[in-house]
Design a binder for this molecule. Structure first.
Ligand code: GLN
Length: 277
């Protein structure tokens, strides 16, 4: 089954056919790598139906994580549904930068208040609260369906009791003060959306991708929110691979100063940090 899947995925031109075949087969059958090797020589029975459904969905360019309904982020497993952006490894740069800044500003061990704007699956706030046992947080999203997914993920990680989930745009209506604001906002520009790969365009929610005409609309909203909070605040944001300078400029315009950057796996600046007030 594994060899046939790899072949079909290769023929379809998928980016990582071998890796996808292995993860998908393991995930669909609920087995680990060693079991997979011994199972691949035996007939699979009813498992064959599960596998062929999974294979057909991948051949229609649905990401493996969406077929399985789960994805690992920063070493923890998260449920993903059609209502949330599929967690990306690059987004771990936001966590790394946030933890760096907490350490270097002497904030470790403090009862930090953290806001996550556009929480989606909740990977940012849930990961941070799992890493920071004394912190509490607020997670916002305009999508009620996404907030349900985020709440479920927070419950599974045992951090839901420290998070308030709020249906709102940006931080509208959320009372500060906060020590940290994190966000991986929608940042794809109107012109770029049509050119996205099928895995993204056909399966991630448009709401989670669309950053307006120049891709920077939600950064502008977050900069306004940060200014309005009127408390000393560190803002850590994921940015598109060419957006770091533009996003820092938007924040400089409201009196913030850049305090850090972080690269992604491809060597692009993927996270920026600013301090305001
Ligand atoms: N915060 C979530 C993530 O980082 C959702 C981001 C989004 O939907 N743009 O995956």
């Amino acid at each position: 089954a594994l060899a046939a899947m790899t072949r079909a995925f290769t023929e379809e031109g998928l980016e990582s056919p071998q890796r996808d075949a292995r993860f998908l087969l393991q995930g669909l059958l609920g087995i680990d790598g060693a079991q997979l090797l011994s199972a691949s020589s035996r007939p699979l029975g009813t498992a064959a139906e599960i596998v062929s459904d999974g294979v057909n969905r991948r051949l229609a360019h649905e990401p493996v994580s969406r077929i399985l309904g789960r994805r690992e982020f920063y070493g923890r497993m998260f449920t993903v549904t059609p209502d949330v952006l599929d967690p990306r490894p690059d987004t771990e740069a936001v966590i790394d930068l946030a933890l760096d800044i907490i350490r270097s500003s002497g904030l470790s061990g403090r009862p930090l208040r953290i806001a996550d704007v556009g929480t989606g699956s909740g990977i940012l706030i849930s990961t941070l609260l799992a890493e920071l046992p004394d912190a509490t947080g607020v997670a916002t999203d305009v999508s009620l369906a996404a907030l349900d997914v985020a709440r479920g993920n927070a419950e599974r990680l045992g951090v839901a009791g420290r998070i308030a989930f709020v249906a709102t745009s940006g931080l509208a209506g959320c009372a500060g003060p906060f020590d940290l604001l994190v966000s991986n906002p929608p940042y794809i520009s109107g012109a770029e959306i049509a050119g996205l790969e099928r895995e993204v365009k056909d399966f991630d929610p448009l709401l989670a991708l669309d950053g307006g005409v120049d891709g920077l609309d939600v950064y502008r909203e977050i900069a306004r929110n940060a200014l309005e909070l009127q408390c000393p605040l560190r803002v850590i944001l994921e940015v598109g691979s060419t957006q770091a300078d533009a996003v820092e400029s938007l924040f400089k315009a409201v009196g913030a100063r850049p305090i850090g950057r972080r690269l992604d796996l491809g060597g692009h600046t993927r996270a920026v940090a600013m301090e305001i007030h």
